[in-house]
Write a protein that binds this ligand. Structure first.
Ligand SMILES: Cc1ncc(COP(=O)(O)O)c(C=O)c1O
Length: 428
């Protein structure tokens, strides 16, 4: 690790210098927990296609792609044009627009379970509002959440976190029932024991967008049956998997229909975004026209036309052939990595579907947080920093995604870089 770290420090003097300034201004030096990195994070200047450049002029093939928001890569010309044109028509009209209508129509055409929808500015808002709606619709209070599934950073979403969560009121966690992921009997128990369950929320490909997968579609079908039997609202958090696991998200890929769905990331084409939608009878809880009590939902930037323009351009560019390509490229990346791990006899694996992947630093099959905990975290950190030195960006958990503008050559280059980091770490 020492030499990999020394190389990192030597290659990135500009980032190191900026970080010393940043810690004077931001607590921990960064503005997003996951961007925190030791000895310092990298400072980027610009991105184009699958590539990004840092302040020291180093070039990277980017497998983070805007925390998963950029399915078409950086600075896609169609999106840039759409946003530029909208900027001159008005960045914020503070009113309903044709753009929000076109955007919603494009989403409804791809995701049949979306009868009604609302837009806002983040995935965190989507999960907050979907939980509130489930409570309002059922008149019950509790939400079942699966261990280690991530739904943003509001108080309820963080229930079951393995880290202390100062500032989160105990009452909000008391209304959350956290059960192990992938275990249908645990959900059945919770639903039978407690008559106050309004809904169940989960990431439909497993925790952290499938880094900890479960047995799909059987598990999802089981959840669909159990929640229906007990009158609980089934909420799919498709903030990552929406328009990524397939054109219609994980629900279309696995043929299981939730009552409500949360979206974010891809539908905003790189602009700030969130949305939730689903069954008309549930969504009508927002509708004041019959004079009844309504659930409240405001937001200065809800349905803003800049994001709508980027979102429409994204969804129109994502033709069916793009999904065939993404699936092929994701499969290639995963199979080449598996072949490499076998060749080097290194205790590693890879999880993920479609354009998503995560390196696993364990010989165990990762299916939940217990098996995930067998990962060698030192090796993960070595790989993360080692790949940065080689010019490849992953999340700090060594997860990533490919976009429509990554190529087979980019995949081969990535697999070679993983090999060279493993060799330097003493494997093969
Ligand atoms: C599955 C999932 N849900 C919700 C969120 C929260 O979205 P946002 O960061 O836009 O608030 C994320 C963010 O990464 C996510 O991965």
């Amino acid at each position: 690790m020492a030499t990999i770290l020394e190389q990192y420090i030597a290659q990135h003097p500009g980032s190191a210098q900026r970080y010393t300034e940043a810690v004077q201004t931001f607590p921990s030096g960064v503005t997003h927990d996951n961007r925190y990195a030791q000895p310092f994070p990298l400072y980027m200047t610009h991105g184009a296609g699958p590539r990004k450049w840092d302040v020291d002029g180093n070039e990277y093939i980017d497998y983070i792609c805007g925390h998963g928001a950029l399915l078409l890569g950086h600075s896609h010309p169609e999106i840039a044009d759409a946003v530029a044109q909208q900027m001159y028509r008005g960045t914020h009209l503070g009113a309903s627009t044709d753009e929000e209508l076109r955007w919603a129509r494009a989403i409804k055409a791809l995701v049949p379970s979306i009868e009604k929808i609302r837009f806002h500015s983040s995935g965190t808002e989507a999960t907050l509002m979907a939980m509130r709606l489930a409570r309002a619709y059922t008149g019950k209070n509790k939400i079942i959440k699966l261990q280690d599934h991530f739904h943003g950073w509001h108080d309820y979403a963080m229930a079951g976190s393995d880290r202390p969560a100062p500032g989160v009121p105990a009452e909000s966690w008391a209304s959350m029932l956290v059960v192990p992921s992938g275990d249908l009997s645990a959900v059945e128990d919770a639903l039978s024991r407690d008559q106050d369950v309004a809904g169940l929320i989960l990431e439909p490909t497993g925790a952290h967008y499938g880094q900890l997968p479960f047995d799909t579609p059987n598990y999802l079908e089981g959840l669909r049956q159990l929640t229906s039997q007990h009158g609980a609202v089934l909420i799919f958090d498709e903030v990552v998997t929406g328009f990524r696991a397939s054109a219609g998200g994980a629900q279309t890929r696995y043929g299981v229909t939730p009552d409500l769905t949360c979206f974010g990331k891809v539908i905003g084409g790189g602009m700030p975004v969130g949305a939730f939608g689903g069954r008309e009878d549930i969504m009508s809880m927002w509708d004041p026209s019959d004079g009844g009590a309504t659930v409240q939902h405001a937001g200065t930037f809800n349905g803003n036309p800049m994001t709508a323009a980027a979102g429409i351009a994204t969804l129109e560019t994502l033709t069916p052939d793009k999904y065939v390509y993404l699936e092929k490229l994701g499969n290639l990346l995963r199979s080449e990595l598996r072949a490499l791990f076998a060749e080097l006899e290194v205790p590693m694996g890879v999880t993920g579907i479609a354009s998503l992947f995560a390196l696993q630093f364990t010989s165990e099959e990762v299916v939940d947080y217990r098996t995930y905990a067998t990962n060698d975290m030192n090796m993960m950190k070595t790989m993360f920093i080692g790949l940065l030195n080689e010019g490849f960006l992953l999340s700090n958990r060594c997860a990533g995604n490919v976009s429509t503008v990554h190529t087979e050559d980019d995949v081969s280059a990535f697999v070679s870089a993983v090999k060279s980091v493993l060799r330097r770490a003493g494997y093969g």
